[in-house]
Design a binder for this molecule. Sequence first.
Ligand code: GDP
Length: 138
Amino acid sequence: MSQRTFSIIKPDAVRKGYTAAILAAIEKAGFKIVTIKRMSISTAQAEGFYHVHAARPFFGELTRFMSSGPIFPMVLEKDKAIADLRLLMGATDPAKADEGTIRKQFASSIGENAIHGSDAEETAAFEIGYFFAGIELQ
Ligand code: GDP
């Protein structure tokens, strides 16, 4: 059964010109891109998105980074989309990511790691609603 997940091409990957290559990898892996847009967010908006990480020592660094330049938030659809996108992304730290994963190919550090992907159904629902209105999701 088809499932939706939420993803962001992060500012480091957009700056380096990797957007098209990352989208190609996503499509090649069988995901349908339901909706996508290019935008920038404020630090406060990044704090709202990452609220579950508020107590982590890297929260300030993370939210400053996510508001440092344009991003591409998107909704992806596929059978087992949440788990399969996490596999395609690779480990949080690109140095530990498997060959062929997006982070292995396009990320430079644990902080600037090219792509976000929801980790569970509840987070996917929150994250999709944070960036997109219902009318954009048909
Ligand atoms: P993910 O689900 O693989 O994205 O990883 P987490 O949910 O653990 O962390 C969320 C995001 O916080 C990561 O994708 C990184 O951008 C950032 N992050 C995690 N650990 C660190 C860290 O040690 N330092 C910095 N600067 N950022 C981190």
